[in-house]
Write a protein of this length. Structure first.
Length: 98
């Protein structure tokens, strides 16, 4: 979060943030921005399809993620949780994100 970017993680002014995404909109509002929304969705699908998902080690994955958007702005602890909970590594199996 940008509000905590300059604050060391052990000095944050709060323990948790709850994010709520409002997904319910009227059909009129949905359709009024459909072209922009589809452009964003198509971009997201294209970049996700090209994203690397095979790693030799957790260290290699951590170095990759912490240098790229959006993970470069994440707290390092959150990146480590992503890596530990969502990936397999060649020392165990062929690596693929679950």
């Amino acid at each position: 979060m940008l509000t905590t970017k300059g604050i060391p993680s052990n000095e944050l002014p709060y323990r948790a943030i709850i994010l709520i995404e409002p997904t319910i909109v009227t059909r009129e509002v949905f359709n009024s921005h459909l072209e922009d929304r589809m452009t964003a969705i198509n971009f997201s699908v294209a970049t996700t399809s090209m994203r690397r998902n095979i790693w030799k080690s957790r260290t290699e994955a951590f170095e990759y993620f912490t240098k790229r958007v959006p993970w470069v702005d994440w707290d390092c602890r959150a990146v480590r949780i992503l890596i530990v909970s969502n990936m397999f590594f060649t020392s165990i199996h062929i690596l693929k994100q679950q």
